[in-house]
Design a protein around this ligand. Structure first.
Ligand code: SF4
Length: 281
């Protein structure tokens, strides 16, 4: 897996962005440097990220996706989908075609099921309705769409409501990932990281809702010991079973509470930034 940040600019200011706009050097914001970076990447999925990658424009993105395909790699285009609502249908259609040709998918960060909560998290006025319209347009354009719902202290109590919302209003998405917030960037060491034990009952209810609706789901950054009957939905279990290398091995570490755990062979432990805040599981 290889990640490229096209640039820092974004049309949202999420309170827990892991790659915030302020501070640090701007990534090389030019097609030539992006192409060189992609050509030099280690094997695996190529994740096009930002900032907001759709702000690079359909022409640039189609060229990048064609380069990914030429290298025989698969692509993930990470987006908040706001700009998709404004893209002309012809641009959306060729973007979807280029992504499909690279065996890829849009990974849409969709953080809330109401406009008020969406605004509290993203600080983008009108973002909720635009995102909803954007995702629908991506699906209509024939793209494969994954939703990522970042679980934080701001939204974990609404997880079952979000699952019901997605099942009802976002038909046509390929799958939904519940991903626990990373304690980096603007969320470094922050109050946005709820304890796993508080999140778990809401998350399991949300997974019940998805199962009843036939909506495919997965879970990242919440260990299997908190998922009850849904432990197998934890994405690390497959990576560990298959012996894959990746960030899960560097970002996570077992703690004394893991001793004797039945998942020990298939779980790398909790995130290190979670332990820095909560000290234990
Ligand atoms: S190894 Fe640790 S974090 Fe992972 S499931 Fe077991 S107790 Fe939980």
């Amino acid at each position: 897996m290889a990640l490229i940040h096209l640039f820092r600019k974004c049309n949202q200011r999420c309170v827990f962005c892991s790659y915030p706009e302020e501070g640090g050097a701007e990534a090389g914001a030019a097609l030539g440097s992006w192409l060189r970076e992609i050509a030099a990447m280690p094997p695996g999925l190529v994740q096009l990220s930002g900032g907001e990658p759709l702000l690079a424009g359909a022409d640039n993105l189609c060229l990048l996706l064609a380069a990914v395909k030429k290298l025989g790699r698969k692509a993930e285009l990470q987006t908040n989908a706001l700009a998709a609502a404004d893209l002309p249908p012809a641009d959306l259609a060729r973007l979807a075609r280029a992504l499909n040709a690279a065996g890829g998918y849009f990974n849409v960060n969709f953080p809330a099921s109401t406009p008020a909560l969406d605004y509290k998290i993203t600080r983008a006025r009108g973002g909720f309705n635009k995102r909803l319209a954007g995702v629908k347009k991506l699906v209509e354009a024939g793209a494969c769409v994954r939703l990522t719902h970042v679980v934080s202290s701001l939204n974990y109590r609404q997880l079952p409501a979000f699952a019901a919302f997605a099942a009802k209003n976002l038909k046509g998405i390929s799958w939904l990932q519940f991903s626990y917030i990373k304690g980096i960037g603007r969320a470094d060491g922050s109050r946005f990281l709820p304890a796993y034990r508080l999140v778990a009952p809401y998350l399991r209810k949300a997974l019940d809702v998805c199962a009843a609706a036939g909506l495919r789901c997965e879970v990242d950054h919440i260990p299997p010991c908190f998922l009850g009957d849904y432990a197998a939905l934890n994405v690390d279990m497959v990576k560990m079973r298959d012996g894959l290398k990746g960030p899960h091995l560097e970002e996570k570490k077992k703690v004394p509470g893991c001793r004797g755990c039945r998942f020990a062979r298939l779980c790398p432990g909790p995130r290190k930034d979670y332990i820095a805040v909560h000290k234990t599981l």
